[in-house]
Design a protein around this ligand. Structure first.
Ligand code: ANZ
Ligand code: ZN
Length: 823
C-alpha cells in the first residue's frame, strides 16, 4: 500500500488547479456570484500560522461555495504602504519599496504552498502606482465634495517616528510603535469629514444582521452618540456667556461649579488677573499630559479656580469656574456644568477642592444628606430642590426640562458624537502622496485627475533626522501650478494607510483597469462582499472607514450599495506558550516548516480543528500530530478500498446492518458539515464530524470480512467523502478522487445531497402509559407486532409498580407509537 506522502502530490494538484484556471473568476459570468474576502495583510516579513488560520477559513468558505455552484471570487492582496517598511529602510539601509516587494513575494510563495484557492490575477498591492493612483483619485473626489479639508489642529506627535499619530495609536501617552512619549503639537493636517456620516454609520448598523453583535457594539461606542442639551450660563458681572453640553439637564439645580478644558480659549478670557500665574502654571503642566489618560475615570482630578463666577440660570446662584484636567476640548463645547452629587468625576473634584455637593435627585434606596455622601448617585430618582420640577421622576423630566430651557431661551436640545473627523495625513515617505499643490499665487490647488498618479520618487535619502525624505526632495517638491502654471510646491504628507485599505475590496473586481478605480456596473453586481473574514482588532477603524467610504461613493452615485460587507466573521488569534503568536515574542510557528513536515492539508485542518474559529486558541505540537494521524487514517482507509476495488473482490452482500450504519454515518456527516459551514461557521465541529465518519469507516473495514464489503456503498463513500473533504484538505481529496479512477477533478464536483432515507433509524421509541399516564419509554424495532409490544410493555418495572397487582381491563396498542394499559 502507498504511504501518505503529501509532498509528492500537493504541488502537483496546486499546479493542476492553476493551469486549468479553476481559481480564476470570470467577473462577467451570469452564474450567481459569491464574494469571499479575507482582510489583506501588511507584508512585514513572513507569515506565521496565526495568519494561516484566517486564510484557511476564507478558503473553506470559497471552496464550499464553488461546490454549491456559485461563481466565487476569492482574491488576495497586500496592504503594502506603511511605517514599518520605512523603519526597516532606515535601520537596514534598504529601500522601503524593495523591502516591501520582497516580502510580498515571500508571502505569496508561502500562501501558494497552502493550496489556498486565490485568483492571483486579481491581486492588488496598495503601494503600486496602478493602485495608489486611484487612492489619490478618491481623495480628489472627497476634496471636490467638501469631505477632505485641511486645518490647524492639536495633534499627537511622536518625536521619534516623526509623524502625527491617530488617537488610537497612542497607548498610555506613548507611541504604540516606539514607546516614546507623545507630544501635543499644533499642525496643519488633512482630515476626512467622517463626522458628517456619524448618524448614518450608526443607523445602518441595525441592518447588518450578519455582523457579530460585539463588533456593532464597538462601532456604536466609538461613534458615541449622546442626547442632551446645550445650556447657556451668564458670567457674573460680565457681558459674556459660557455654553456647556450636558446629558443630564435634570440635574441643573445641583450645579455647584463649572469646568473648562485646558485647551479652551475661554480659559484666558475668564481668568481673573490675580489668578493668571497659577492658571498659566497649570496649563503648562497640562501640555505635557496625554489627553486620554488625563481624562480617564481613574486619573487624579485636578484643576485651578479662575477667579470668576457663572450664574446658574435656574436659581441665580453664583458658581465658581475652574479649569480642569478631565474636560476635553474636542467634546461638546469643551466646558461643563458640574454636578458633584450625581457625577463621579465631578464628585471627586468637589471633594478635593471643598466645593459644595447639592443633591437634586433622590436615591430611592438611600435618601440622605449630601454631606454624608460617600459616592455620587448616578441613577434616576425623584427630583428634589429643583423648583417647579421637584417631585418629578428624573428620567421623565429630561424632555420637559429641555423644553422649559428652550422656552426661556436658556438652552436647546443637542446631540453630540464622540466620533472625530479622520486625520489622514502622515509626515512619512512610504504612503500615497496627497495630490495637492501649493501655489504662490493661487494658494492650495488640487492636482488634476489626468496628472495622477503623483508618483512617489524612488531615489530618496533617508537621513538620520528621521524626517520624511519627501520634505527635502527637490524634484518631488517643485511643481507647476495646475491653474496658473506658476511656481508651486507639492504637499509632502502622504495618506494614512487606512485610506488605502478603505476601498481595496472594490479594486479586486477590475484590478487592472487603467481608466478608473472600478467599473460601476461590475462592482454593483459583486458587492456587498458576501463573507468578510478578519481579525477583531479591525472591528472599529478599518470597518468604520470602509463603511464611510462606501457611503461617500454611494452619495457620489459611483456605486449603488450603502454597506460594503454583508456578513462579517472575526476569527480568534493563535497563541503559543501562552502568548499571542508574534515575531517580537519569538513564538512564531512557520507554515513552511509545517507544510514540509506534515503537508499543507494537515496544517489546514489543524488550523480549523484548533478550536471554535471565533475564539483564541493555543497551538500545540501534539494537536497537529493528532490531526496528522487523522489525515493518515483517511488516506489508509481509502487506499484499502481502492485496492480492493481494483482487485474486483465484490463479495456477496450479507452485512446489511453494518452497511446501513456506515451509510447513515456518511449522510449524517454530509448534513452536519453542511450546517456547520453554512449556518454556524463551526469548522472545528465539522472536522470532528469527519473524524467520526472516518472511525466508522475504519471499523467497517476492520470488522467485516473483505468478501462481504458492499463495494457499491464504499464507492459512494469515496465519492461523497472526497467532496466533503475537499474544502478542508483539497489535495488529499483530489488525490483520492483521482486514484479511485474518477474522471474530472474533485474541486469541480457538486456538493453531495443528504439522502433522508439513509438517516432513518430502525428503532422507534414507544410510549407506555397506564391509565393514560406516561410511565415509561422503550426503544423497539420498527414495525414490531402488537403482541410483542404488549408483552414488552407489561414487563416494564415501572408499569408493574403502577399496576399494583391488578389485571388490566384493556390494552391499547398503536404500533411504532404507544401502548396504553387501562385498569
Ligand atoms: C452635567 C452632568 C450631571 C453630567 C450628571 C453627567 C452627569 P457622555 O454620556 O459621554 O456624552 N461632559 C460634557 N462635555 C464634556 C467634555 N468636553 N469633557 C468631559 N466631560 C464632558 O457624557 C456627557 C456628560 O459628560 C455631560 O453631562 C457632561 O457632564 C460631561 F449627573 O453634565 B454632564
Ligand atoms: Zn497657481
Amino acid at each position: 500500500m502507498n504511504e501518505y506522502n503529501p509532498q509528492e502530490f500537493e504541488k502537483r494538484w496546486q499546479d493542476t488547479w492553476e493551469n486549468n484556471g479553476l481559481n480564476r473568476t470570470d467577473i462577467k459570468s451570469e452564474k450567481e456570484k459569491f464574494y469571499a474576502l479575507v482582510m489583506f495583510p501588511y507584508p512585514s516579513g513572513t507569515i506565521h500560522v496565526g495568519h494561516v488560520k484566517n486564510y484557511v477559513i476564507g478558503d473553506v468558505v470559497a471552496r464550499y461555495k464553488r461546490h454549491k455552484g456559485f461563481n466565487v471570487l476569492n482574491p488576495f492582496g497586500f496592504d503594502s504602504f506603511g511605517l514599518p517598511a520605512e523603519n526597516a529602510a532606515i535601520a537596514n539601509n534598504i529601500h522601503p519599496g524593495i523591502w516591501t516587494r520582497k516580502n510580498v513575494e515571500t508571502i505569496t510563495k508561502q500562501i501558494k504552498k497552502l493550496g489556498i484557492s486565490y485568483d492571483w490575477e486579481k491581486q492588488v498591492s496598495t503601494c503600486e502606482e496602478d493602485y495608489y493612483r486611484w487612492t489619490q483619485y478618491i481623495f480628489l473626489k472627497l476634496y471636490e465634495n467638501g469631505l477632505a479639508y485641511r486645518k490647524n489642529a492639536a495633534v499627537n506627535w511622536c518625536p521619534k517616528c516623526n509623524t502625527v499619530l491617530a488617537n488610537e495609536q497612542v497607548k498610555d501617552g506613548c507611541c504604540e510603535r516606539c514607546g516614546s512619549v507623545v507630544e501635543l503639537r499644533q499642525l496643519e493636517q488633512w482630515f476626512f469629514k467622517i463626522t458628517d456620516y456619524a448618524e448614518r454609520l450608526l443607523e445602518d448598523l441595525d441592518g447588518l444582521d450578519e455582523w457579530p453583535e460585539h463588533v456593532k457594539t464597538m462601532q456604536r461606542n466609538w461613534i458615541g452618540k449622546s442626547k442632551g442639551a446645550e445650556v447657556r450660563f451668564e458670567i457674573d458681572g460680565e457681558n459674556k456667556t459660557l455654553e456647556v453640553f450636558t446629558t443630564r439637564p435634570d440635574t441643573l439645580w445641583g450645579v455647584t461649579f463649572m469646568a473648562l478644558a485646558p485647551e479652551s480659549p475661554l480659559v484666558q478670557e475668564l481668568t481673573a488677573d490675580d489668578r493668571k500665574e497659577e492658571v498659566e502654571e497649570f496649563l503648562e503642566k497640562m501640555t505635557k499630559e496625554d489627553r486620554f489618560t488625563r481624562a480617564s475615570e481613574e486619573a487624579e482630578k485636578e484643576g485651578v479656580f479662575l477667579g470668576k463666577y457663572a450664574v446658574n440660570p435656574v436659581n441665580g446662584e453664583k458658581i465658581p469656574i475652574y479649569v480642569a484636567n478631565y474636560i476635553l476640548m474636542e467634546y461638546g463645547t469643551g466646558a461643563i456644568m458640574a454636578v458633584p452629587a450625581h457625577d463621579q468625576r465631578d464628585f471627586d473634584f468637589a471633594r478635593k477642592y471643598g466645593i459644595p455637593i447639592n443633591v437634586v435627585i433622590e436615591d430611592p434606596e438611600n435618601p440622605g444628606s449630601s454631606d454624608q455622601m460617600l459616592k455620587p448617585f448616578t441613577g434616576t430618582g425623584i427630583m428634589v430642590n429643583s423648583g417647579k420640577f421637584s417631585g418629578m421622576p428624573s428620567d421623565q423630566s429630561l424632555a420637559k426640562v429641555i423644553q422649559w430651557l428652550e422656552e426661556k431661551q436658556l438652552g436647546k436640545s443637542s446631540i453630540q458624537y464622540k466620533l472625530r473627523d479622520w486625520l489622514i495625513s502622515r509626515q512619512r515617505y512610504w504612503g500615497a502622496p496627497i495630490p495637492m499643490i501649493y501655489c504662490e499665487e493661487c494658494g492650495m490647488v488640487p492636482v488634476s485627475e489626468n496628472d495622477l498618479p503623483v508618483k512617489l520618487p524612488h531615489d530618496v535619502n533617508f537621513d538620520s533626522s528621521g524626517k520624511s525624505p519627501l520634505t527635502t526632495n527637490g524634484s518631488f517638491l517643485n511643481a507647476t501650478c495646475p491653474k496658473c502654471g506658476g511656481k508651486a510646491r507639492r504637499e509632502v504628507d502622504t495618506m494614512d494607510t487606512f485610506v488605502d485599505s478603505s476601498w481595496y475590496y472594490l479594486r479586486y473586481i477590475n484590478p487592472k483597469d487603467e481608466n478608473k478605480p472600478f467599473e460601476t456596473e461590475d462592482v454593483n453586481r459583486w458587492l456587498p462582499v458576501d463573507q468578510y473574514i478578519g481579525g477583531v482588532e479591525h472591528a472599529i477603524l478599518h470597518l468604520l472607514y470602509s463603511r464611510f467610504l462606501t457611503k461617500v461613493l454611494y452619495d457620489l452615485k459611483l456605486i449603488d450599495f450603502k454597506e460594503p460587507f454583508k456578513n462579517l466573521f472575526t476569527q480568534g488569534m493563535i497563541y503559543k506558550d501562552g502568548f499571542k503568536m508574534s515575531k517580537s515574542k519569538g513564538n512564531v510557528v512557520s507554515p513552511d516548516e509545517m507544510v514540509e513536515e506534515y503537508g499543507a492539508d494537515t496544517l489546514r485542518v489543524y488550523s480549523l480543528f484548533i478550536g471554535p474559529p471565533e475564539k483564541d486558541a493555543e497551538w500545540t505540537d501534539s494537536g497537529i500530530e493528532g490531526v496528522h494521524r487523522f489525515i493518515k487514517r483517511i488516506w489508509t482507509s481509502f487506499q484499502v478500498i481502492i485496492e480492493s476495488a481494483n482487485a474486483n473482490s465484490l463479495g456477496e452482500h450479507k452485512t446489511a446492518k453494518a452497511d446501513k450504519e456506515l451509510r447513515r454515518k456518511l449522510h449524517w456527516m454530509i448534513e452536519k458539515i453542511t450546517r456547520d459551514i453554512e449556518v454556524d461557521f463551526h469548522f472545528n465541529t465539522a472536522i470532528s464530524g469527519m473524524m467520526e465518519m472516518s472511525n466508522e469507516l475504519h471499523r467497517y473495514l476492520n470488522e467485516i470480512p473483505r468478501e462481504e464489503w458492499d463495494m457499491g456503498l464504499l464507492g459512494e463513500v469515496i465519492e461523497k467523502f472526497s467532496v466533503i473533504l475537499s474544502p478542508f484538505a483539497p489535495h488529499l481529496a483530489e488525490e483520492i478522487w483521482s486514484l479511485s479512477g474518477k474522471s474530472g477533478l474533485v474541486v469541480e464536483q457538486k456538493w453531495p445531497e443528504v439522502d433522508p432515507a439513509a438517516l432513518e433509524v430502525d428503532e422507534v421509541e414507544i410510549i407506555i402509559q397506564v391509565n393514560g399516564k406516561l410511565r415509561d419509554k422503550i426503544s423497539v424495532g420498527k414495525g414490531e407486532n402488537r403482541d410483542t409490544l404488549e408483552s414488552i410493555a407489561m414487563s416494564s418495572e415501572n408499569v408493574q409498580r403502577h399496576l399494583e397487582g391488578k389485571i388490566p381491563r384493556k390494552v391499547i396498542v398503536i404500533p411504532d407509537k404507544l401502548v396504553n394499559i387501562v385498569l
